[in-house]
Design a protein around this ligand. Structure first.
Ligand SMILES: *Cc1c(COP(=O)(O)O)cnc(C)c1O
Length: 455
């Protein structure tokens, strides 16, 4: 290998970086895309190539990659008070302000917030809260956690156990006591002749049967994303949350909305639970909460869980849990600014304004003979590739169709993510009409090219 090749950014990335969630055959063939900076919704690589990032980084960079207000908010906080914890009865003033703001914008009349550094940690924290609560309330066997197949809740040992993806078997997960119910994807999971209402009812019955089989007093909580994100952008079937909410309520099982993707505007409402008209008992937030400018996650407890947990920890004088950087003041300053941009400075308005055009773009691509379904909510969408539209038969796995599509997009200066046989779109909230057109035209081109090869 010539020297310049051996010293390339791609080779240097390979030499010392252990990749996560990265298709290694693609890397071997194409090299890592090493990025230097961004401009609005675009990112730029070490060779000066520009890509429209139709995935907002990883769902989170909703204000784009060079927002001056967010950088200024971080800088001002770094200058004033660059770091502190939230242990031992001490806490930064900025953390106090963010909690007030979080409860103000949350779909709860009141509640309490606990901070983490990520969505995974927030889900872990919530599970520990439910376990502690169950013991304090004299129901120590209430430990099982219910989620859905294809649900994504993170990668720590507990949140990976909640995640309903086959790859976690590689780790010998899930841990015992983590149960995965049917994914509420009517197009894929509905039976021949079954109406959407019947499908929803079947899933509610499955939940009822599961609770009967396991015993309500062995179940700590039910976690669900309003729209499944990393499972392939799967909106729930009609009436799904109303149906399962009823069953859970009857058995006193809390419903936790994992709003790590949906929260803060992605669906066109501030919360995905609002988009589907249900009120959860608690919310897990992260990703867009800081517009991706600082790692941060949060558990937002609604009034009932906040009161019960307050009482539970009162007995033992403290909640023995927390991360060194929980409630980091710089993260809190960035989150305050990000929430302000979303709620007051037009980002959520722009999601709503762009949604009809986004839906129309998806609908047009759905005409393609190898696109089985397009689906989405607000500014999150997916296209599902199929070999045969009528029978919904997927392409053979070894064709790696969605990877091919994503790579064909990369070649055209568009970043979008392959997920199973689907391709995901979740552009930044700052997108313009012209950038939306660029996104769909490049994607359409890439689809034509790939389906010519494999279709
Ligand atoms: C990304 C994600 C998580 C995990 O968040 P991390 O910050 O990657 O740990 C949890 N839940 C959902 C719904 C997510 O999309």
């Amino acid at each position: 290998m010539p020297d310049d090749k051996a010293n390339s950014w791609e080779a240097r990335a390979d030499a010392h970086s252990f990749y996560g969630f990265t298709d290694l055959p693609t890397i071997r063939e194409r090299g890592t895309v090493v990025l230097t900076h961004g401009e609005g919704p675009y990112v730029v690589d070490v060779h000066g190539r520009r890509y429209l990032d139709a995935n907002s980084g990883l769902w989170n960079m909703v204000a784009g990659f060079d927002h001056p207000g967010l950088a200024e908010a971080a800088k001002a906080q770094y200058d004033r008070f660059p770091g502190y914890h939230a242990f031992f009865g001490r806490m930064a003033d900025t953390t106090v302000m963010l909690s007030e703001k979080m409860i103000e914008v949350a779909p709860f009349a009141r509640g309490k917030v606990f901070y983490t550094n990520s969505g995974s940690e927030a889900n872990d924290t919530m599970v520990k809260m439910l376990w502690l609560l169950a013991r304090a309330e004299g129901k120590p066997d209430r430990r099982k956690i219910l989620t859905r197949k294809n649900g994504y809740h993170g990668v720590t040992a507990v949140s990976a156990s909640m995640t309903g993806k086959p790859y976690n078997a590689e780790f010998g997960l899930p841990l015992p006591g983590f149960l995965h119910l049917t994914c509420p994807h009517y197009w894929r999971e509905g039976r021949p002749g079954e109406s959407e209402a019947e499908f929803t009812q079947r899933l509610a019955t499955e939940l009822e049967d599961t609770i009967a089989r396991e015993g309500a007093d062995t179940i700590a909580g039910f976690f669900a994303e309003p729209v499944m994100g990393a499972g392939g952008v799967i909106p729930p079937s009609e009436g799904y949350f109303q149906a399962i909410r009823k069953v859970l309520k009857k058995h006193g099982i809390p419903l936790i909305a994992d709003e790590v993707i949906c929260g803060f505007g992605r669906t066109g409402e501030l919360w995905g639970s609002q988009a589907y008209s249900f009120t959860p008992d608690a919310i897990i937030a992260s990703k867009a909460m800081t517009a991706g400018y600082f790692p941060m996650g949060a558990v937002i407890l609604g009034p009932d869980l906040a009161d019960r947990l307050d009482a539970a920890v009162d007995r033992i004088d403290e909640f023995p849990h927390g991360f060194t950087a929980s409630g980091h003041p710089v993260g809190c300053a960035v989150a305050l600014k990000a929430i302000d941009l979303i709620v007051n400075e037009g980002l959520l308005d722009n999601v709503r304004a762009l949604t009809p055009k986004f839906e129309a773009g998806l609908a047009e691509l759905a005409q393609h003979k190898n696109i089985g379904e397009t689906r989405g909510k607000g500014l999150m969408g997916a296209l599902e590739a199929v070999q045969d539209k009528a029978t919904k038969t997927p392409f053979p796995g070894d064709l790696s169709v969605s990877e091919r599509i994503a790579n064909a997009c990369t070649d055209r200066g568009l970043i979008c993510r392959p997920l199973g046989q689907a391709v995901v779109l979740c552009p930044p909230f700052i997108l313009t009409d012209a950038q939306m057109e660029e996104m769909f035209s490049k994607l359409s081109d890439a689809l034509d090219a790939v389906f010519r090869e494999v279709g």
